[in-house]
Design a protein around this ligand. Structure first.
Ligand code: FE2
Length: 207
């Protein structure tokens, strides 16, 4: 899913300044206020001690190192602070993810967050390039997240193993496990492909 999403992204060299600003602003509108809340939901939803410990570490780092503030600084430096239009552009798909998160389904939330962290890691060079093309030199957010989220993704896959081990045999089918990741993939696709006045997406969304 991550590779399909990345392959669908437009070449930053072919984007206008407004299009580059829009991607950074929508990314910020989604990540700044929701990442820690969704990770907290995963913490509340899991049952195993190991998953709790892994997710707690992740949350502590987010809070202690002020990652939302780091992202806000990044967006401001790129002149891409989210506006009401940016919030509206992602509104419907964001609500879809929030409705999934509200169900507090442990293993599926961990799958969603592992997908999220894995995608963020791979997305950082792209996001950094968009900001650089906007004339920004502020790269703390993209530098930090290109590195720490590799470890976070691996941790979340260990947390998933621990959660799945608690479920009765046989292992649950794959499709329902991916439900949250699918909803998040749709949201990510809108972050990158949204065009004002268009149908919302100009390319088939990633799965
Ligand atoms: Fe973070």
């Amino acid at each position: 899913m991550i590779h399909e999403l990345l392959a669908s992204f437009p070449n930053p060299a072919h984007l206008s300044a407004a299009e580059r600003r829009g991607i950074i602003a929508r990314y910020t509108a989604v990540l700044e206020g929701n990442f820690i809340y969704w990770m907290t939901a995963a913490y509340l939803a899991v049952a195993s001690d190991e998953a709790h410990a892994i997710i707690e570490d992740n949350l502590r780092e987010e809070v202690r190192d002020n990652h939302p503030g780091m992202l806000r600084k990044f967006a401001m430096a790129a002149d891409a602070m989210p506006t009401d239009s940016d919030a509206l552009a992602v509104h419907r798909d964001l609500q879809g993810v929030r409705q999934f998160v509200a169900r507090l389904s442990g293993a599926r939330l961990v799958v969603m967050m592992a997908f999220f962290e894995g995608w963020i890691t791979k997305f950082m060079p792209y996001l950094a390039e968009l900001a650089a093309r906007q004339g920004s030199t502020e790269q703390e957010y993209t530098d930090v997240h290109g590195v720490v989220d590799v470890v976070h993704t691996q941790g979340l896959f260990r947390a998933l193993d621990a959660e799945l081990a608690l479920l009765p045999e046989p292992a649950p089918p794959m499709a329902p496990l991916l439900e949250g990741a699918e909803a998040l993939g749709t949201l990510i696709s809108t972050i990158v492909h949204f065009r004002a006045g268009g149908t919302g997406r100009t390319t088939p969304e990633g799965r």
